[in-house]
Design a protein around this ligand. Structure first.
Ligand SMILES: *Cc1c(COP(=O)(O)O)cnc(C)c1O
Length: 359
């Protein structure tokens, strides 16, 4: 047997440690996971009602075109139905994009550190990866532009960026978009869109008409609280969506996910409330950091990257013993930082108390 060479150096995705595993390992009864930017308030109660209905039809294949979810999403976003592509998580849309655009004759440009799945899928497609270091936690859009050549096929912009929480403002994005050549697809990953409150965050859907080479990614995994069901989507112009559709598996999104996502979309009040509580939670961390003299990036997401100037893996282990799972910055390119998902008020308060004893 001879596995493809590019897979040999690739590690499978390292997820946040599961709660059950930590309970067992450390003999704990209560474990709080603040590692994967999940919604601490779960999802809309309407979702449970929708799932109870959908569960009666598990023997029937889902609608491969996600027609009903498509209709609801298009209406919500005020785009045409043909402008959407759904994936088994936006992770899968990333995979579809890489399958559709990249091969060993091409290259792809992205920031580093950023969301690891762009790189991962590009490596599988054998594309050359051009990674441009963040500057003060922000995308260096000028350098990213300079990295483009005639073999570049996709350029990735994660805004808010995971793991820094920083965003690209409207002015910077517009001047960037104007300079990206037409042969390059710009993928704008907005997984944390619903949490953003910055007034100069761009309304990117309005830009789709002007930029036929722009694709926006959104997800139901974060603010909508449906991470377990795996559903996300891409938004672009019709022609682009039509071109990449053949790279999508026929029944990639499942019946339960589709039903849950429709219900979740209809409860915008829930999302709003989560977003408000998230901002209050971030304030708790800012206050703690300012008092403790720790540096951090102000975040537009539901997580915060804090530099403790200490070995992140040691800090991570220390918190695990207390029953708090966070993300060590070591694997994320910030070896002395932790990425902590904003939890409920109580959870934030508790972990901050523990952090005070560490610093
Ligand atoms: C969580 C996350 C995703 C993946 O979301 P899924 O829809 O659950 O696959 C995509 N991009 C970024 C930046 C993320 O943080």
């Amino acid at each position: 047997m001879q596995i493809k060479k590019q897979l040999l150096d690739l590690k499978p995705y390292q997820p946040g440690k599961p709660i059950e595993e930590v309970k067992k390992e450390y003999g704990l009864t209560k474990v709080v996971k603040l590692a994967s930017n999940e919604n601490p308030y779960g999802s809309s109660i309407e979702v449970q009602v929708a799932l109870a209905e959908a569960i009666k039809e598990l023997a029937i294949y889902p609608d491969g075109y996600s027609a009903s979810l498509r209709e609801h999403t298009a209406k919500h976003l005020q785009v045409d139905e043909e402008q959407l592509i759904f994936g088994n998580g936006s992770d899968e849309v990333v995979q579809i994009i890489c399958r559709a655009f990249l091969n060993e004759q091409t290259n792809t440009v992205m920031a580093t550190p950023t969301f690891p799945q762009y790189r991962h899928n590009a490596v599988i497609e054998k594309a050359e990866i051009r990674e441009i270091a963040l500057v003060d936690g922000h995308h260096d859009l000028e350098k990213m532009l300079q990295a483009i050549d005639e073999h570049t096929r996709v350029i990735w912009v994660c805004s808010p960026n995971n793991p820094t929480g920083t965003y690209v403002n409207e002015n910077r994005l517009l001047s960037f978009l104007k300079k990206v050549p037409e042969h390059v697809l710009i993928v704008l990953d907005e997984a944390y869109y619903e949490y953003v409150t910055a007034s100069d965050y761009p309304d990117t859907i309005r830009l789709l008409n002007d930029y036929p080479n722009l694709m926006i990614l959104r997800t139901f995994s974060k603010a909508y609280g449906l991470a377990a069901l795996r559903i996300g989507f891409g938004i672009a112009n019709k022609k682009l969506i039509k071109q990449i559709e053949p790279a999508r598996e026929p029944f990639n999104t499942n019946r339960l996910a589709q039903a849950a996502a429709i219900a979740a979309l209809q409860d915008q009040a829930f999302v709003q409330e989560c977003s408000i509580k998230n901002k209050e939670g971030l304030q708790q961390y800012y206050q703690f950091c300012d008092q403790a003299g720790l540096t951090y990036y102000p975040s537009e997401g539901n997580f915060i990257l804090i530099d403790f100037k200490k070995d992140a893996d040691v800090l991570f282990e220390g918190l695990l013993k207390h029953g708090y799972i966070v993300r060590s910055g070591k694997a994320l390119g910030f070896p002395t930082s932790l990425r902590i998902t904003v939890g409920s008020h109580q959870e934030n308060e508790e972990i901050i108390e523990i952090l005070k004893t560490i610093v």
